[in-house]
Design a protein around this ligand. Structure first.
Ligand SMILES: NC(=O)c1ccc[n+]([C@@H]2O[C@H](COP(=O)([O-])OP(=O)(O)OC[C@H]3O[C@@H](n4cnc5c(N)ncnc54)[C@H](OP(=O)(O)O)[C@@H]3O)[C@@H](O)[C@H]2O)c1
Length: 238
């Protein structure tokens, strides 16, 4: 496994839910972190217990190209290098095939797909320079199969899976490894109203997902994991 010491990882949407769990987990393992969130003051309060010597908190609006670039630039300015990017920030909106209003569809595309795409583009030169750069994209099992009418969310997450495989191709020869994580229900705000008959204690816990992310970031270049499909209940996967 790669040592976390001196390595720098960016995590988007680090103020709550899965992103916060990933930030805490990576911090505990000794990484330097650049954490992005829409509300900077709230992020700073939330991660107050983390070692400020190793943590940069920065404003991030994932749908905004300038904001994304400002975050990457600030990370390089602070730490001088980048070894990992976790594209976690994401939204769920209702968008079905029959909806004529495409506002939600456009928002899903901007936040869930163009945000990670732009961050990947901007981070890639630094990750290549690392020699063992890592990108972890948090997609969803909704990016692997379609089980409800929410085609907008599913399309955005299928796109994140495609982005991850394209990233693997682009970065492979320079030691960059990309992994897409596809969970079903995770016990966060996002799933709070998703499935009332399925208890939250039965959903995948954010801390367990964070350990998986930490593992794929730490695996050496010759042990690359392309996809992690994570279920909290039985479903046929082949
Ligand atoms: N929970 C699940 O069941 C589940 C299952 C599969 C996949 N996922 C995926 O896991 C990821 C994390 O979700 P979660 O469960 O932790 O959800 P969450 O608790 O709703 O947190 C979402 C995070 O994304 C951030 N975010 C949303 N839009 C943003 C934007 N435009 N710019 C910057 N940050 C933004 C949020 O920031 P604010 O606090 O500012 O809103 C928050 O930090 C998402 O990509 C989601 O699609 C979740």
């Amino acid at each position: 496994m790669l040592s976390p010491q001196g390595r720098v990882v960016m995590v988007s949407g680090a103020n709550r839910g899965i992103g916060l769990a990933i930030a805490r987990c990576l911090h505990a393992k000794g990484y330097n972190l650049s954490l992005g969130a829409r509300r900077l003051a709230e992020l700073q309060r939330t991660v107050d217990e983390l070692d400020r010597e190793r943590v940069l908190c920065h404003a991030l609006e994932a749908a905004d190209a300038i904001s994304v670039k400002t975050w990457v630039d600030a990370t390089i300015q602070r730490f001088g290098r980048l070894d990992g990017l976790v594209n976690n920030a994401g939204i769920v909106r209702s968008a079905t095939i029959l909806d004529e209003d495409e506002t939600a569809l456009d928002e899903l595309w901007k936040v869930n797909v163009k945000g990670p795409l732009r961050l990947t583009r901007l981070a890639m030169p630094h990750l290549k320079a690392s020699g063992s750069g890592r990108i972890v994209n948090i997609a969803s099992l909704s990016g692997k199969r379609v089980r409800n009418d929410q085609v907008g969310y599913a399309m955005s997450k299928f796109a994140v899976v495609a982005l991850t495989h394209a990233t693997r191709r682009l970065g492979w020869d320079s030691g960059v490894r990309a992994t897409v994580v596809c969970p079903s229900f995770v016990a966060t705000d996002m799933s709070a109203h998703a499935n009332s008959t399925f208890g939250r204690q039965n959903m995948t816990q954010p801390d367990d997902l964070a350990e998986m992310v930490a593992t794929v970031i730490a695996l050496p270049n010759n042990a690359a994991v392309a996809e992690l499909l994570v279920n909290c209940r039985y479903e046929e996967m082949v």
